[in-house]
Design a protein. Structure first.
Length: 177
């Protein structure tokens, strides 16, 4: 049903959900992050990764990609990591898309713990690769980016440990069934 502005109620609701997911990823990344003492480029551990996984599992690849790319990209822009924003947009957009695509494959719609776990694990090498290439460009070395890999792995493992149980609980709520 179209309104006089040309938008349907479902389209408006879809935009609201997407905006809220972007905000949740941004706030989760901003409010609790710990800079790891692993070299100068050791990275951060933050709850944004868990929220990206949750958004992707519960809402699918498109919303997961947008939430990760824009939410974490905005974090980089406002928190002193501005140089990283374009790379974060690519890395986290790709990661959110992959998690959602796998979690929603074969009709599962994020309902399979096994698919959700596989989805999050499969997305990690892609995120690592984008950041590795980014650091190769920024630092002009193939060796220096190796120092950030452990921190990025820790960040993803923490995200998985939080996201999978949260998704299991949220899937029991009638809104997400």
């Amino acid at each position: 049903m179209k309104t006089t502005t040309g938008y349907s109620k479902s389209h408006t609701f879809d935009l609201i959900i997407t905006a809220m997911l972007i905000s949740l990823v941004f706030v989760a990344t901003l409010t609790l992050n710990i800079k790891l003492p692993i070299a100068a480029n050791g990275g951060l551990v933050h709850l944004g990764t868990a929220m990206l996984f949750i958004a992707s599992i519960l809402f699918g690849p498109k919303k997961g990609a947008l939430a990760g790319a824009i939410g974490m990209g905005l974090f980089d822009l406002v928190s002193g990591w501005t140089l990283w924003a374009p790379f974060t947009i690519v890395a986290r957009g790709l990661q959110g898309y992959l998690v959602g695509k796998i979690a929603w494959s074969m009709g599962h719609k994020g309902n399979s713990i096994a698919f959700n776990l596989v989805a999050t694990i499969v997305s990690i090498p892609f995120m690592l690769a984008v950041y590795y290439i980014c650091e190769r460009v920024l630092y002009g070395s193939w060796i220096i980016p190796v120092a950030s890999i452990p921190g990025n792995i820790v960040q993803n493992v923490v995200g998985i440990i939080i996201a999978i149980p949260v998704c299991v609980l949220l899937k029991k709520v009638s809104v997400f069934k």
